[in-house]
Design a protein around this ligand. Sequence first.
Ligand SMILES: [Zn+2]
Ligand SMILES: [Zn+2]
Length: 301
Amino acid sequence: MKILPLAFDSIGTRSMATFVETKDVKIFIDPGVSLAPIRYGLPPHAIELKRMEEHWNKIVKLASESDILITSHYHFDHFDPNENLEIYENKTVLIKHPREKINFSQKGRSAYFLEQIKGLPKKLEYCDGREFEFGKTKIKFSQPVFHGTNPKLGWVTEVLIDDGSYKFIHTSDVEGPSQKDQTDFILENRPNLVFCDGPLSYMLGFRYSYESLNASVENMIKIINSCPLDAFVVDHHFLRDLRWKEKIAKVFEVADKKKIKILTAAEFLGKPIEMLEARRKELYKKYPEMKAVTKRKITEE
Ligand SMILES: [Zn+2]
Ligand SMILES: [Zn+2]
């Protein structure tokens, strides 16, 4: 199985866009990318805007070549209902249920999205809790789980891709995992590799509690202790915190003993970590004059 993270926070944009290729099919999980509209009181720096354009171009290219497109939920860093809709043409599209277990804002967006892509996909299925087979490749979705620690931001579907000899799980935005059902999907399926968005620790103490961080650490340790992992990749929300590593020091300790690697998507790719959003203040200091434009809409979530 070939697994390629295309846009992630550790490589400079808000996203968990991932391309997966098995012997049977090419799959794209969450073709979307965004930036923080405001961080430290500052709008995105030109370097971030340029990076987002690069990432979007790569997403469009590989999503176009894919057979299956997956949308785990309707936040703009995970899908785009306006640009390059041709990527949906003739595809099997597996989406989070647009009307059930969904919050108000995402319900409006999913209806708009379905109107926008009407007639394009070859096949469109709601994926919540379901399993699909393509040759020897199985794609299995979790029941909807919280986007984080409560239903305020809605629900997401986690996804397992199993080609018969290797199992990969993409958790989408679980912000942890701090919840039992979010964790159980991973424990029950015993993956070899996990891409997890990690705790929302840059909001620790206001939008994310210490209890949730502790629960996430305990759950990550459970996963590391019981799954046959090559690596556990943490990224997305977690890589907006410059001090992310120390927040999960206990996880690193356990993983070290078991010789399991804890990586970011950047490291998984063999690239340096570039936390552009978390370093936005420095970017403005270093390159105050740089300018860039984007036609992509940048909004929170
Ligand atoms: Zn989200
Ligand atoms: Zn997200």
